[in-house]
Design a protein around this ligand. Structure first.
Ligand SMILES: N[C@@H](CCC(=O)N[C@@H](CS)C(=O)NCC(=O)O)C(=O)O
Length: 338
């Protein structure tokens, strides 16, 4: 405990001085737990279930990294963070990584000094209104009160969109999605705006989801992905290639059902390199040969994780859309395992 607080302080000092901060992997191994920054609760992406067990699309990535590094998908301390607190939690060393509906932007990379290791969900900002408002386009929202989460890209895009369309709005600032939901349902704001995936996830928990509509406008690009601190490339590589392993597994047909059989060896050399029966990729990462096998086994490949947590057969009901594999016309494209 003492050690991690000390290293946390060092990390901040290191960052302030622009010095590379290394050693996250050793920290995680010594602690025996991954500290993964997630939301305060967004069902489908990251939220505790009725048994207090964290579940969701982002949670699955935390568990995959823990399985790769520590051999146990349950060796995760989930650290709830708000839109505002997430970056200090990561910069200070309280978190080893963030998997929290976080958009990859220039300033978060270059100015805040974080490294986005990839995209796990291509999204965009949308608007939800009660059907009873009788509005069919975001351009009709002149003068509306809008619930908006602070510390987010949502805030900035909203201002841009209204200004570009020469209309005005009154922001109702809120800190968490739970608060937004409560305020919106209580009528404290006419509109809730956030990532379209977040709107779908929020609406799915309403008593009468059909009373609310998502407007057709998507006003921004929100590439959501996991991030780590600048400067610790070894750790960044581990998180990046864990995500890539889940994506590649789907592309190559490795599933939680066939992974044991496939890991004994197949006639596809890339599958063998991922699953560790050929080559030394694990060793290059500072891990063992079965790191990716364990990561994929926890929640399945990217497609299985998507389907189980947010896909069309869940109440959230998201289509793969841009998040389909490149071979199916989507944007998911893992670099090769070679
Ligand atoms: N992607 C945007 C918005 C992220 C965001 O905070 N989204 C909300 C609504 S989808 C959320 O995850 N809330 C969960 C919480 O309140 O803990 C960003 O990175 O700034």
């Amino acid at each position: 405990m003492k050690k991690s607080v000390f290293l946390g302080a060092l990390t901040v000092a290191g960052m302030a001085a622009g010095v590379a901060a290394a050693g996250t992997m050793d920290d995680v191994k010594a602690r025996g737990k991954l500290n993964c920054g997630v939301t305060t609760g967004l069902v489908g992406f990251a939220a505790p279930d009725s048994n207090g067990e964290w579940k969701g699309f982002d949670v699955a990535l935390c568990r995959a990294v823990a399985a790769a590094v520590l051999g146990d998908g349950n060796a995760v301390e989930f650290v709830p963070t708000t839109g505002k607190t997430r970056f200090t939690a990561l910069a200070s060393g309280e978190d080893d990584m963030l998997a929290r509906n976080t958009t990859w932007t220039f300033s978060r990379d270059v100015d805040l000094k974080f490294e986005f290791v990839g995209v796990n969900y291509y999204d965009g900002q949308g608007f939800m209104v009660p059907k009873s408002l009788g509005v069919s386009s975001a351009k009709e929202l002149d003068g509306a009160t809008v619930c908006i989460q602070t510390g987010t890209t949502t805030e900035l895009n909203l201002a841009d969109f209204f200004r570009a369309n020469n209309i005005s709005y009154e922001p109702v600032p809120i800190e968490t999605n739970a608060e937004a939901q409560q305020q919106y349902l209580a009528g404290a704001c006419d509109v809730y705006t956030t990532d379209a995936s977040g709107l779908a996830a929020t609406r799915a928990t309403f008593e009468n989801p059909g009373d609310h509509v998502l407007l057709p406008e998507i006003i921004s690009k929100e590439p959501l992905g996991p991030l780590v601190r600048h400067g610790d490339h070894e750790w960044g590589d581990v998180v990046r290639w864990t995500l890539n392993a889940l994506v590649s597994a789907e592309e190559m047909g490795i599933t939680s059902a066939n992974i044991d059989e496939m890991s004994a060896g197949t006639n596809n050399p890339e599958i063998n390199r991922i699953l560790g029966s050929e080559g030394t990729l694990g060793e290059m990462l500072g891990l063992d040969a079965e790191w990716a096998k364990r990561a994929i086994k926890v929640g399945g490949n990217y497609g299985e994780v998507f389907a189980q947590n947010i896909g069309e057969s869940t109440p959230i009901g998201l289509a793969r859309g841009l998040n389909a594999q490149w071979t199916d016309g989507g944007l998911l494209y893992s670099p090769p395992f070679r």
